[in-house]
Design a protein around this ligand. Structure first.
Ligand SMILES: Nc1ncnc2c1ncn2[C@@H]1O[C@H](COP(=O)(O)OP(=O)(O)OP(=O)(O)O)[C@@H](O)[C@H]1O
Length: 257
């Protein structure tokens, strides 16, 4: 049997990825495959190993064993900055913004950090103009144009999370790792964030962790369910949520309240 459909490139692939903390196996032989241009959700009960997996993928933790491939290149054991240079960026669960700075200033600082031009006073007007355009583009992408020059401390929680996404996008990631993008949000912010993630996923690959199954169902092309560090199930959302093992391990628990 022959097929003419080209196989999509793998943006991310792990093989037997394992992480032990002093004898405790937090991530256990995880084989993950995320096709380029797709949105992939990682779900699982508390302590399943999702954050540890993100830390391994971004170089914040070194694996005990196994391999990590990003766009076909082996990045296993690389430092976080080197992985970032390969187009991988990550958002965190916890907000880490400066209340007195404006969204524009946050994005300017993020862009300056990238180019190491921060303290040079002789930058040309042309460069500064290009930088201003880039800041405007990033703020527009996350819907913060109107709030660009207001102190961040005055913004609503959902708007702060949107600004964090702009900071992640500043590194021009090809692969975006989002750690609980809707954590702590009310329903309106959740729906707005779903739209935002959908928009920024265009032309990029997104892997996200979220406990909210509505968000997972709306966004994810495929879902991986982790339990006690291992992959329990993997597939399209409807398939995974109907899997009796998943219902018992996770969805049952989440929906039993
Ligand atoms: N630095 C560490 N040292 C020892 N154990 C750790 C460390 N980091 C995580 N663990 C353990 O590894 C397991 C997986 O934790 P992890 O934070 O990755 O889970 P998670 O799926 O992200 O959970 P949550 O949904 O609560 O964020 C947990 O049992 C946790 O206690």
């Amino acid at each position: 049997m022959t097929s003419t459909t080209p196989t999509p490139r793998c943006a991310l692939r792990t093989e037997g990825l394992t992480k032990d903390f002093r004898g405790f196996r937090a991530v256990s032989s995880v084989d993950l495959e995320v096709a380029e241009g797709t949105v992939h959700a990682l779900v699982g009960p508390n302590g399943a190993g999702k954050t540890t997996l993100f830390n391994l993928l971004t170089g914040f933790l070194k694996p005990t064993s196994g391999r990590i491939m990003v766009f076909g290149d082996d990045v296993t054991g690389m430092a976080p900055e080197r992985i970032t240079h390969r187009g991988v960026a990550r958002s965190f669960q916890i907000t880490s913004l400066f209340e007195n700075l404006t969204p524009r200033e946050h994005v300017e600082i993020a862009l300056q950090g990238l180019t190491n031009q921060g303290l040079r006073f002789w930058r040309s007007e042309k460069l500064l103009g290009r930088r201003r355009d880039e800041v405007d583009r990033l703020l527009a992408e996350v819907g913060l144009t109107e709030l660009a020059d207001k102190p961040t401390g005055l913004m609503a929680y959902g708007q702060k999370r949107a600004l964090e996404l702009a900071l992640v996008l500043a590194v021009e990631p090809k692969l975006l790792l989002l750690d609980e993008p809707t954590a702590g949000m009310g329903i309106e912010d959740v729906d707005r964030t779903i739209e935002l993630v959908r928009r920024i996923a265009e032309g990029r690959t997104v892997v996200f962790v979220d406990h909210n199954m509505h968000v997972v169902g709306q966004l994810a092309d495929r879902v991986t369910v982790l339990q006690q560090g291992s992959v329990l199930a993997e597939g399209p959302y409807d398939e995974v949520r109907a899997d009796p093992r998943v219902i018992t391990a996770y969805l049952g628990e989440a929906h039993s309240a």
